[in-house]
Design a protein around this ligand. Structure first.
Ligand SMILES: Nc1nc2c(c(=O)[nH]1)N[C@H]1C(S)=C(S)[C@@H](COP(=O)(O)OP(=O)(O)OC[C@H]3O[C@@H](n4cnc5c(=O)[nH]c(N)nc54)[C@H](O)[C@@H]3O)O[C@H]1N2
Ligand SMILES: Nc1nc2c(c(=O)[nH]1)N[C@H]1C(S)=C(S)[C@@H](COP(=O)(O)OP(=O)(O)OC[C@H]3O[C@@H](n4cnc5c(=O)[nH]c(N)nc54)[C@H](O)[C@@H]3O)O[C@H]1N2
Ligand code: SF4
Ligand SMILES: [Mo]
Length: 692
C-alpha cells in the first residue's frame, strides 16, 4: 500500500498548491492536488501534475561538479562535497581578502517560495560575509511600490471571494496561464451571472474565455485607469461616503482626471473612447466588482504608476466594502512572520566590512559584471535562479559570465544556461526532498512541508548548503547551527494578530492554516472600513510622501521610452512593441528541459498586417532584433496581438534555441519609474525573415 504524504508546491506561482504524494518503497509514484485545500481544490497545473518526470529526470544534477571546459561550454567533472566546499571557502576567503567582501555577489530569486530555502541561511551567510546585497527587483518591485504608495500594504481580495463577484476584471493577469486556481472561482461567479473582462495586449488563453477582451497598448494602463476615473467622477458614480471617510486627496484627483477625458485616454491606450466609457460605467455600477491585477503591466517603464493608479479604483467606487469586491495584486504582506529574525541583516555589521554593504540591482547584472568597480564583482554565487536566461540585456550578462577572472558557483537541480558558466556546480533537491514553510502571494494559507522522499544523489537543500559553508568559513555564531525547525519557530515568533496562535505543532498536524485575517470562516475584507497602512492611514489618491521625493503626488501618464508614443527616433528603427509574458507550460525558465515545456517560448505572435509588410508567413523562422541583440523565433501570424505589437511567451532556456539566445537578448536593463524594477515589456524591436 502506498503511503500518502503532504507537501506544498515551491514554485514561483501565486497558487502555492497543497499537494498529496503517494510513496512506494521510498519512491514517489503519484502526485495530485489536495482535494481538501480551499484554494488547490484537488487539481494541479499541467506542469506539476507531471512533476515526477522532472524529479526523476535523468538530467538531474546529483553530485558536485567542477568545470573542465571553457566557461559556457558546460563540461564538468565530478568532485566530492568536501572538495567543493573547501574550494568555495578558499576562493571566497581569498577574494574577500584581496578585493573586500563586497566583491562577492549572491544572486537568487524565485527557484523556491519556501522561507527557509528561499531567503534563510543563505541571507545569514552572505550578511556575515559582508557580501554585496542584492536588490531582488526582477519580478514585482515596481508593482509592490505602486501598491504600497496607494494602499500602504500588499494585501487584497481573497481568491475564495471572487465567486461572489458580478464583474471580474483580469487586468494584465493571465489567470488560466499563471494563476489557474483562481479560475474555478471565476467559473462559479459566471455561473451566477458574473461578467468576465480581460484588459491585455495579448489575446492569451484567459482572454479567449472572456466575455470581453479589451486590447490595450503595452504600458498604457495608467491612461486607461485615469480615463475610467474621469468618467466615474464626472458621472457621479463614485462612493462619496467611502471617499470622504477613507481616502486622501480626492479633490486633487478630481482636478487631475479632468485632463484625461475618454478621447485622450483612447488615443493613449488604443481603446475606443466608447469602450472606456462603457467599462468605467460597468465597473462602477455592476456590483460587486473585483479586479485581479497581476504583474504583467508593471513590467513596463511606468509600471509602478500603473499599479498605483489602478489600485485607486476600488477605493473610489467603495468596492472594498463588498464581499466579492476589491482588488488583488498580492496577498504576501499578510504573512507577518519574522523575516528579519530569519535573515539577520544585522550580521552585516559583524562582517569584516563592519557596515551595511552596497546594494546591486539584480536587473542590472550585466552592468554589474562588466562595468562595476570599487570593488569589481569577483565572485558570483547563484542559487534559485537562472540569470543567463531570465535577466534582461542577455548579451551583456553572458559576456559578464564568460569573464575568466570571475569565480562562479551555481546550485541547481539541472544544468541550466547559468550552470554552464559555473566553476563549481552543486546539486540541489526539488521540493519533494526538503522541509520548508511556505507563504503565498495569491492566497492567505500558510503551509508547512516535510520531505516526502530522500534527496536524490548528493543533493543538498540551500539551508544545509549555507550551514556547511558557514562552518567551512569559520563562522562561529550560533545562528548557523539552527535546525530547520528552529528557523520555522523563529519565523512564527510574531505577535501580529494575523499570525498569532500558529505554531509548528499545529502546522505539523494541519499542514495548511489560514492566517487569522478576518473572523474564522468569514471573508477577509481588508479595507472595508479603511485600514490602509499609508502614512495618512487613508487610501492615498494624493501621496504627499512622493511629493517630498520630488515625484508628482498625483497619478499622471507618460508613455514608456520604448513604446509607440515614446522615443520617436528609436521607434523609427524598431517599430514593434515586444511583450514576453509567461508561458503556461513554464515557470519562467523552469520546465524548459522537460516534456511539458519543450515547445514553450519558441513562437513570436505577429499581426497579419505586420507580417505581410515583412513578407513573413505563418511558421516562418524570423529574426527579432534591436541594438541589444537578436533571437530567432517561429512566426505565428494571427491577430492575437494588435498591429504594432509582437508577443513571445517567455522564457525558454537559451540552449534550447538554435542561436543560443532567448527574448532577453532584446530586453533592456532600464529600470521602472519606482522600485528599480525590470522593464521586460517595454522593448522595441524589428522583425525580419531569418536567412539560413
Ligand atoms: N505557468 C506559469 N505560471 C507562472 C509563471 C510562469 O512563468 N508560468 N511565472 C510566475 C511569476 S514569476 C509571476 S511574477 C507571475 C506573473 O503572473 P502574470 O502577471 O499573470 O504574468 P505575465 O504573463 O507576466 O503577465 C500577465 C499578462 O499581462 C499582459 N501584459 C503585458 N504587458 C501589459 C500591459 O502593458 N498592460 C496590460 N494590461 N497587460 C499587459 C501579458 O500579455 C499577460 O497576459 O506568474 C507566476 N506563475
Ligand atoms: N523576457 C522575460 N524575462 C523574464 C520574465 C518575463 O516575463 N519575460 N519574468 C521575470 C520574472 S517575473 C521573474 S520572477 C524572473 C524569474 O527568474 P528566476 O527566479 O531565475 O526563475 P527560473 O528561471 O524559474 O529559475 C529558478 C531556478 O532555480 C532552480 N531551483 C529551484 N528550486 C531550487 C532550490 O531549492 N535550490 C536551488 N539552488 N535551486 C533551485 C530551478 O531549477 C531554476 O533553474 O524572470 C524574469 N525574466
Ligand atoms: S506551479 Fe502553481 S498551479 Fe502549478 S502546482 Fe505549483 S502552485 Fe500549483
Ligand atoms: Mo515573477
Amino acid at each position: 500500500m502506498p503511503q500518502t504524504l503532504h507537501t506544498t508546491c515551491s514554485h514561483d506561482c501565486p497558487d502555492a498548491c497543497s499537494i498529496l504524494v503517494d510513496i512506494e518503497d521510498g519512491r514517489a509514484v503519484r502526485i495530485r492536488g489536495n482535494p481538501d485545500h480551499p484554494v488547490t481544490r484537488g487539481f494541479l497545473c499541467g506542469k506539476v501534475a507531471r512533476y515526477l518526470e522532472r524529479v526523476y529526470s535523468p538530467e538531474r544534477l546529483l553530485h558536485p561538479l567542477r568545470r573542465v571546459g571553457a566557461k559556457g561550454e558546460g563540461r564538468f567533472e565530478r568532485i566530492t562535497w568536501d572538495e567543493a566546499l573547501d574550494t568555495i571557502a578558499a576562493r571566497l576567503t581569498a577574494i574577500a581578502a584581496d578585493y573586500g567582501p563586497e566583491s562577492i555577489l549572491p544572486y537568487s530569486y524565485g527557484g523556491t517560495m519556501g522561507y527557509l530555502n528561499g531567503a534563510g541561511m543563505d541571507r545569514r551567510f552572505f550578511h556575515r560575509l559582508g557580501a554585496s546585497l542584492l536588490a531582488r527587483t526582477i519580478c514585482a518591485e515596481a508593482g509592490a511600490v505602486g501598491l504600497t504608495v496607494t494602499q500602504g500594504v500588499r494585501v487584497g481580495t481573497e481568491p475564495e471571494q471572487f465567486r461572489h463577484s458580478k464583474l471580474i476584471l483580469a487586468w494584465g493577469a493571465n489567470i488560466l496561464g499563471t494563476n489557474v486556481h483562481l479560475w474555478p472561482f471565476i467559473v462559479e461567479a459566471r455561473r451566477n451571472g458574473a461578467r468576465f473582462y480581460v484588459i491585455d495586449p495579448h489575446l492569451n488563453r484567459t482572454a479567449r474565455q472572456a466575455d470581453w477582451h479589451i486590447p490595450i497598448h503595452p504600458g498604457s494602463d495608467t491612461a486607461l485607469a485615469l480615463g475610467m476615473m474621469h468618467v466615474i467622477v464626472a458621472e457621479g458614480l463614485f462612493d462619496a461616503d467611502y471617499v470622504s471617510r477613507y481616502t486622501l486627496g480626492f479633490e486633487d484627483l478630481r482636478e487631475r482626471v479632468k485632463e484625461y477625458p475618454p478621447e485622450r485616454a483612447a488615443a493613449l491606450t488604443g481603446i475606443p473612447a466608447g469602450d472606456i466609457v462603457r467599462l468605467a460605467r460597468e465597473y462602477a455600477t455592476v456590483r460587486p466588482a473585483a479586479i485581479r491585477l497581476n504583474y504583467g503591466l508593471q513590467r513596463s517603464e511606468r509600471g509602478a504608476m500603473a499599479v498605483r493608479t489602478i489600485a485607486m479604483l476600488p477605493a473610489i467606487t467603495g468596492s472594498w466594502r463588498e464581499v466579492g469586491g476589491g482588488l488583488q495584486l498580492s496577498t504576501s504582506q499578510a504573512f507577518r512572520l519574522r523575516r528579519d529574525k530569519l535573515e539577520m541583516p544585522e550580521l552585516c555589521l559583524r562582517s569584516p566590512l563592519g557596515r551595511m554593504p552596497r546594494t546591486i540591482n539584480m536587473v542590472e547584472l550585466g552592468k554589474a559584471l562588466l562595468d562595476l568597480d570599487a570593488p569589481p564583482v569577483k565572485a558570483l554565487f547563484v542559487y534559485n535562479s537562472n540569470p543567463a536566461a531570465v535577466a534582461p540585456d542577455q548579451n551583456r550578462v553572458l559576456r559578464g559570465l564568460r569573464r575568466e577572472d570571475l569565480f562562479t558557483v551555481v546550485s541547481e537541480q539541472f544544468q541550466t544556461d547559468t550552470a554552464d558558466y559555473a566553476d563549481i556546480l552543486l546539486p540541489a533537491p526539488t521540493f519533494l526532498e526538503h522541509s520548508d514553510l511556505y507563504f503565498a502571494y495569491g492566497h492567505y494559507h500558510l503551509q508547512l512541508a516535510r520531505p516526502v522522499i530522500e534527496p536524490l544523489g548528493e543533493a543538498l537543500p540551500n539551508v544545509e548548503l549555507f550551514r556547511r559553508l558557514a562552518r567551512r568559513m569559520g563562522f562561529t555564531e550560533a545562528c548557523f547551527n539552527e535546525t530547520d525547525d528552529d528557523l520555522v519557530r523563529t519565523l512564527l515568533d510574531s505577535d501580529h494578530p494575523w499570525v498569532r496562535g500558529i505554531t509548528l505543532e499545529r502546522l505539523e498536524r494541519e499542514h495548511s492554516i489560514r492566517l487569522s485575517v478576518g473572523e474564522p470562516g468569514k471573508p477577509f475584507l481588508p479595507f472595508a472600513e479603511g485600514g490602509f497602512e499609508t502614512p495618512s492611514g487613508r487610501c492615498e489618491l494624493r501621496a504627499d510622501g512622493l511629493a517630498a521625493r520630488g515625484i508628482d503626488p498625483l497619478p499622471a501618464y507618460t508613455p514608456p521610452t520604448e513604446s509607440r508614443l515614446g522615443d520617436a527616433g528609436l521607434r523609427q528603427r524598431y517599430p514593434l512593441e515586444l511583450i514576453s509574458p509567461k508561458a503556461a507550460e513554464l515557470v519562467n525558465s523552469t520546465f524548459s528541459n522537460v516534456a511539458c515545456g519543450a515547445q514553450a517560448g519558441s513562437r513570436l505572435e505577429i499581426h497579419p498586417e505586420d507580417a505581410v509588410r515583412r513578407d513573413i508567413e505563418n511558421g516562418a523562422v524570423v529574426r527579432v532584433f534591436n541594438d541589444r541583440g537578436s533571437c530567432r523565433l517561429i512566426a505565428s501570424v494571427e491577430p492575437s496581438v494588435a498591429a504594432g505589437v509582437v508577443c513571445a511567451e517567455a522564457v525558454r532556456w537559451n540552449k534550447r534555441s538554435p542561436d543560443g539566445r532567448n527574448v532577453n537578448a532584446l530586453t533592456s536593463d532600464r529600470l521602472t519609474d519606482m522600485g528599480g524594477g525590470a522593464t521586460f515589456y517595454s522593448t522595441l524591436v524589428e522583425v525580419e525573415k531569418a536567412g539560413d
